[in-house]
Design a protein around this ligand. Structure first.
Ligand code: PLP
Length: 454
C-alpha cells in the first residue's frame, strides 16, 4: 500500500522503449491534439486507479503524439537533447523532490548550485564570484538579469524601484541590437520597460558598435544595453569588446543574451566568437540548449551578487533563511525544483575537454550541413556558418517554403522554416549531443529528396 516507487518500473520500461525508438522513428508526431485528447479520455475517472496502470495508459496514449526532439535528426528551433547523465540526474531531482529555494532546507541542492555555478563561470570565462541563478529558461534568465540591471541603473540616480515601483521614475532607456531575440522584448515587457530601441545590425545580424556609440550619446540617464551571443538565424555574435567599452563609458548596464551561443566560450576553437563577453554586467544562457539537460533549465549570471539579490531577494518570517544567503535570492521563484543537479551531472560527465568537444562537434556538424547544402540545386546558404546555425534559401520564397513542407512530410529529419532578412528560409540548428555524422548524411539525403520532388 505504501510503495512510493510502485509506478517507476512501468515508467522505466516506457522510457527505454522511447529512447530505443529515437534512431528510427519518424521525427514528426504521428497523431495530432484532438486524437490525443480522445486517447487520454474525455471524462475524469470517478474512482482511483493503480499508479502503474495510470502510467501505462498515459505513456501508451501519448506515444504517437511525441515528436522525436531528442533524436539526432531534430534541428528545429534551438533544442538540445537529454544527455544520459542529465536525464538520470533529473529523475533523482523528481525522486528527491527538494524545494531548492533555501540553503538550510536543502543543503544538497544548495551545494550543487554552488559547485555547478562555479564550474559554469570557469567554463564560460565569466568573472568568478558572479551570482548564478537556475531558472526555467533563457527568457527568465534574461528577465532576472534585466531586472537586476533596471534596479541598479535607477539606484545610481537615487531611485529605489522596490520602494516606489516605476511610476514617476526617471526613464530607463534600453538599447538592443536590431536582431535581438524576441524574448528580450518579452522580458522588458514583464519589467514595465516597454519596447526597446533597436540599434542597426549588419548583414549577419551583429549589432553595429559605431551606431551604438552614437545612440548612447543621445541620453545620459539610466541606460541598459542588451547584446547577443548567438543569433538564432546566423549564429552571429555582437562585437563585445567595442560595444561593451562604449556602453560602460556611458555608465550603462550591459546584458548579454547568450541562450545557446555563450557556450562557444567553453571550446578553445570557438572562444574567439565570444571574445570580450566577460566585460558585461550580466549574462543569460540555457542549459537545455547547448548543454543538453532535459527541460527546463536556464541560467542567469550577474556580476554583482548584490544587484540580483536587491531585485530578486525576499523575506518571509516562516522561511528559515541562511545568513550566508539563499538560492532564492538569485531567481524570481520561491518554490522550484533543483535544476542545478542535471547541470552538475552533465558537466561532471563531460569534464572541461568533453564540453569543448561537444561544442566543437555541434558546430562541426553545422559546417558539414552548409557544405552539403551548397551542392543541392538552387540552394544558397545565407549566413556565415560560424557556430551551430544554418539558414538556407532555395530560390524564391514559395520554393523554399515548399522544400520545408516536403522535408517535414518525409519525416526523416526536422528543420523549421523562418523569415530572415525579408526572405523565407529553412533554418537548421545543431544542438543535440547525440547527432552523428551519419545523422547529418541521412538528413542531407532527406533534404535532397525534398528539393528533387519540387
Ligand atoms: C532560445 C532563446 C531564448 C529563449 O530561451 P528559452 O529557454 O526558450 O526561454 C532567448 N534568446 C536566444 C538567443 C535564444 O536562442
Amino acid at each position: 500500500m505504501n510503495d512510493r516507487g510502485e509506478a517507476l518500473p512501468v515508467a522505466l520500461e516506457h522510457t527505454q522503449r522511447w529512447l530505443a525508438s529515437l534512431d528510427d522513428r519518424p521525427v514528426p508526431p504521428q497523431a495530432q491534439v484532438e486524437e490525443l485528447v480522445e486517447r487520454l479520455g474525455a471524462s475524469l475517472p470517478e474512482g482511483p486507479t493503480d499508479a502503474g496502470a495510470v502510467i501505462d495508459h498515459l505513456a501508451t496514449a501519448l506515444e504517437p503524439g511525441l515528436t522525436a526532439m531528442p533524436s539526432g535528426r531534430f534541428y528545429g528551433m534551438v533544442i538540445g537533447g537529454a544527455h544520459p547523465a542529465a536525464l538520470a540526474a533529473d529523475w533523482l531531482v523528481s525522486a528527491w523532490d527538494q524545494n531548492a529555494g533555501l540553503a538550510r532546507l536543502t543543503p544538497a541542492a544548495t551545494a550543487t548550485e554552488r559547485v555547478a555555478g562555479a564550474w559554469l563561470l570557469d567554463l564560460l570565462g565569466l568573472p568568478a564570484g558572479s551570482a548564478v541563478g537556475f531558472v526555467t529558461g533563457g527568457t527568465m534568465a534574461n528577465f532576472t538579469c534585466l531586472a537586476s540591471g533596471r534596479d541598479e541603473v535607477l539606484r545610481r540616480v537615487g531611485w529605489d524601484v522596490s520602494a516606489h515601483g516605476l511610476t514617476g521614475s526617471p526613464r530607463v532607456r534600453v538599447l538592443v541590437g536590431a536582431e535581438r531575440h524576441d524574448t528580450v522584448d518579452l522580458a522588458l515587457r514583464y519589467l514595465g520597460l516597454g519596447a526597446p530601441e533597436p540599434v542597426p545590425a549588419d548583414e549577419e545580424g551583429r549589432l553595429d558598435a559605431g551606431a551604438l556609440a552614437l545612440a548612447l550619446e543621445q541620453y545620459d540617464g539610466p541606460t541598459i544595453v542588451c547584446l547577443q551571443a548567438g543569433n538564432v538565424h546566423s549564429g552571429a555574435y555582437d562585437p563585445f569588446g567595442e560595444a561593451i567599452e562604449v556602453a560602460r563609458r556611458r555608465g550603462a548596464w550591459v546584458h548579454v543574451d547568450g541562450a545557446f551561443g555563450l557556450f562557444a566560450a567553453a571550446a578553445p576553437a570557438y572562444r574567439h566568437l565570444a571574445e570580450g563577453v566577460e566585460g558585461a554586467d550580466s549574462w543569460a544562457t540555457d542549459a537545455h540548449k547547448t548543454l543538453n539537460v532535459p527541460y527546463d533549465c536556464g541560467i542567469a549570471v550577474v556580476r554583482d551578487p548584490a544587484a540580483v539579490t536587491a531585485a530578486m531577494g525576499m523575506h518571509g518570517d516562516y522561511l528559515i533563511h541562511d545568513d550566508a544567503g539563499d538560492p532564492l535570492e538569485r531567481v524570481p521563484e520561491l518554490s522550484r525544483r533543483a535544476r542545478s543537479i542535471p547541470v552538475y551531472a552533465v558537466l561532471a560527465a563531460h569534464g572541461r575537454q568533453g564540453t569543448a568537444d561537444l561544442v566543437a562537434r555541434l558546430a562541426g556538424h553545422a559546417a558539414a550541413f552548409a557544405r552539403g547544402i551548397a551542392e543541392l540545386p538552387g540552394a544558397e546558404v545565407l549566413n556565415e556558418v560560424v557556430f551551430t546555425q544554418v539558414c538556407v534559401s532555395f530560390g524564391d520564397d514559395d520554393r523554399t517554403r515548399g522544400v520545408v513542407e516536403r522535408l517535414l512530410a518525409d519525416g526523416e529529419a526536422w528543420m523549421s522554416g523562418s523569415v530572415w532578412r525579408g526572405r523565407a528560409v529553412l533554418r537548421i540548428s545543431v544542438s543535440n549531443w547525440s547527432t552523428t555524422e551519419s545523422d547529418v548524411r541521412r538528413s542531407l539525403r532527406a533534404l535532397e529528396r525534398a528539393v528533387a520532388s519540387d
